[in-house]
Design a protein around this ligand. Sequence first.
Ligand code: FAD
Length: 309
Amino acid sequence: PYDVLIVGGGPAGAAAGIYAARKGIRTGIVAERFGGQVLDTMAIENFISVPETDGPKLAAAMERHVRDYEVDIMNLQRAERLLPAGDDGLVEVQLASGASLKSKTVLLSTGARWRQMNVPGEEQYRNKGVAYCPHCDGPLFKGKRVAVVGGGNSGVEAAIDLAGIVEHVTLIEFDSKLRADEVLQRKLRSLPNVRVIVSAQTTEVLGDGRRVNALAYVDRTTHEAHVVPLEGVFVQIGLLPNTEWLKGTVELTPRGEIIIDDRGQTSLPGVFAAGDATTVPYKQIVIAMSEGSKAALSAFDHLIRHSAP
Ligand code: FAD
């Protein structure tokens, strides 16, 4: 069995792998796609000490760094079930392939995915004007016009944040009113360069073949079609944790985030979690890496306290 089995090979899992392996304990990483969301990222400008890199470069560097240590990387493997420790004290992870892995501790770092609008143009212009993370990509739209799709807390926060950077923000909400907290809505409405459109169904992201140049929507009350010329579209209709397979085993929030304490401990003994899949606020690479490191150290601490000598 492993001492630490990490499920998920994004920044959180990679950092956890390095921290665990450096303790000289038996470490494995099982990942559906090593690199995680980083693989889908273009410019990264907030990875501290590296002013500019891109996703594929950072993912390759993470993998090289992990491979400097004795870590079993089991890539292209999806975990489907987690079974709490039985009498043998080992937690079991069952894979879609039918294989099963046992470990003294398990570290969950399966990340999250942005909910998509599923309209024409969204996929085509992803990273070419279609963005999901205002902290990451906001500065790329300095002085330009953008839309934020989604009027919940994350959409309204994104619109307020972007209004300070870009020339103009159009906030588009499907419902007849915004769902964000009142204090955020008040702040939003006080901003001169924000326009709020409610009862609007986004129908298409338009572009010139290379980059986004407009967003089309239909007014749900009049059924009229409209086109907003702009350079960027931030989709803020939800971040979904990849934790469906954990329902009923570890404690999750109603939104599906794994509940952890400040050491990365979940509700199950010997099971830790880190990164975008958890309740930790602000989903970012440096944050996922530090959370992964912290959870690995907690797993090590658990081992020295609970394992037979
Ligand atoms: P993830 O990166 O999501 O990795 C999850 C891992 O778990 C993957 O290996 C996945 O394959 C695996 N996995 C999932 N389910 C299973 C399963 N059942 N079994 C096995 N493996 C599984 N952050 C920044 O700091 N700066 C940026 O510029 C930036 N830009 C971004 C741009 C885009 C387009 C996106 C999508 C995100 C961006 N982010 C950025 C956010 C950043 O990528 C995430 O916060 C970070 O990757 C989270 O790391 P993680 O390890 O928690 O999860």
